[in-house]
Design a protein. Sequence first.
Length: 87
Amino acid sequence: MAEEQWEVLDEISGSIDAEIIRGMLEAKGIPVILSQEGAGRAIGLTIGSLGETQILVPKSKINSAQEVIDEFYKSMEESWTNSDKEE
């Protein structure tokens, strides 16, 4: 049996956002691995190169995962736009 190939779906600053995205993907049945530089994770950095987290998904699920993450970013953008209008 061939081992699953993993691809980087996205690379973002902050492990909190990465955890949110992981939850969304896993809710859709897409396995996720989060990868962050060990020193950054140990210290709790969320900015700069040590604070970046890679979101990896199986190559066979990359298109489905991209659709989920695109919808997430679209909803976040709409939320920011609507909050600007309220001010």
